[in-house]
Ligand binder design. Sequence first.
Ligand code: 6PG
Length: 264
Amino acid sequence: MVKQAPAKPAPAKPAPRVILAADREELARTAAEQLLARVTAATGRTAVCLTGGSSPEGLYRLLATEPYRSRLPWDRVHWFMGDDRFVPVTHELSNMGMARRLFLDRVDVPADHIHPIPTVARSPEAAARLYQAELERFYGRDRLDPAAPLFALVLMGLGDDGHTASLFPHAPALDETEHWVVGVAQAGLAPFVPRVTLTFPALASTREMLFLVTSADKRQILARVFSGEDLPAHRAHADGELVWLVDRGASGPIPKFATARGNL
Ligand code: 6PG
């Protein structure tokens, strides 16, 4: 009988880089520097994928002020959104509305460089289809190539239940491998409005994925994610570098990021 060689375990992906910031201000400044470094390293047209929630607010405000206002190459950066609530951009719950108010409407960005999820479409699914088509147009093909990431930088947040973007625990969207964008009929956490979200394969198509985690009340969920629990935020991965930027208010003593589950 021919003995089969034992299957080789898949090589574990490297642990993410964790950057600890002293406070919210330092977190915002560090994120702004990372963003600036990524877009200036790119040549020509480049894309950044923004996130909603409160954690990026400080960063967004900074981008509209000096030195970022002058140093960012606004004429060649395109701004996308990783997920949005299915409400008009003028609604207070709109993620793109927030980004516009805090920085995009305050700087000299060509109008066609802002790519909101079309939340005025017939349904979240229809919006997802339209947004995927827009991403494909920008990327120039309909298959993602890990050697040529769609984004220079993808910003991510961490929800109290371990969700990220609008990828909630146990949702079918977590296992999506084909679609780049999907509609989410029911949010797992407030605000309970339908959402539209990029999926893990699309979010992963980036030179850097940068999680922003602020505030002391994220301590428990951060420890669960870092300890390797199978939560959406732990499943997130990047073709390029994966970085967690955490302010000390949120972290306290944090465990090392566990990679043994093979998700990373
Ligand atoms: C959303 C977000 C979501 C957010 C997290 C963290 O639309 O709600 O994109 O994924 O990033 O819930 O939110 P905070 O930054 O407010 O903690």
